[in-house]
Ligand binder design. Sequence first.
Ligand SMILES: N[C@@H](CCC(=O)N[C@@H](CS)C(=O)NCC(=O)O)C(=O)O
Length: 267
Amino acid sequence: MTAKHVVHHIPVCPFSQRLEILLALRGRDDAVEFRVVDITRPRDPELLAKTRGTTALPVLETPDGQILKESLVILRYLDEILDGPTLRRRDPLEHAVESMLVAREGPFTSAGYLFVMNQDRARRDEFADRLLAIYRDIDGFLREHSPDGPFLFKGFGLAEAVFTPMFKRFWFLDYYEDFSLPDGPDYDRVRAWKEACMTHPATHQVTEEEIIKLYYDYALGAGNGALPEGRRVSSFTFSSPWQDRPWPPRDKYAGTATDQALGLLPA
Ligand SMILES: N[C@@H](CCC(=O)N[C@@H](CS)C(=O)NCC(=O)O)C(=O)O
């Protein structure tokens, strides 16, 4: 690979972190140029023309101008073209097994996001139960295919790169929903997998504090840079660095804190 591929992305986006993990594992952070899109501003018309109107990121632009969308597609593409051993299993059966686990990422992701965005306190347990059912399903899958673990196969692979960014985003559930995996054998295998994924040195692109502060608006039901009622600055703003902000209030059902209290107004 000679000329650079460009990835248009939103910093802290979990879908984009999948690509960053792959590059870190390969020691090829330089293989892709990441171009930042500010989610709190209207999209650049030039980029919109390239994507033919869709706004979801990441989007990869090849050196000859081809556009690839969807993080899993981009991840698999980069995995194939970068030098070195692939993340995906080369054995067809093993690849089929990892693909079955990867196929669970959509329901897992939406269960976590719907949970954090729920604004009806009375429905909290319903959302928690839905997510727990998926954790139990993954636990069973790992027991069947990798009883000893901690990873699905020998090391950190494709399925781990797909799920780890979501495990890290779900810090917002620990904080805003007081959610954790219950003790007990139904969750022990998936707990060990999650722990091994989250502590792997190639996955430290984001911190818990960063996620909690940036995703405050999601916890108030406002995703993708939208504004909760009564606020003028998004928690995803670039103009007030998250490091300088106080930790947001944990009780999301009490309504929003002010822009000022959240440290969102530039000093
Ligand atoms: N299925 C897509 C989801 C991408 C996605 O939802 N990205 C979010 C950022 S984390 C986004 O671009 N949101 C803004 C938008 O959709 O306009 C993928 O895997 O790439």
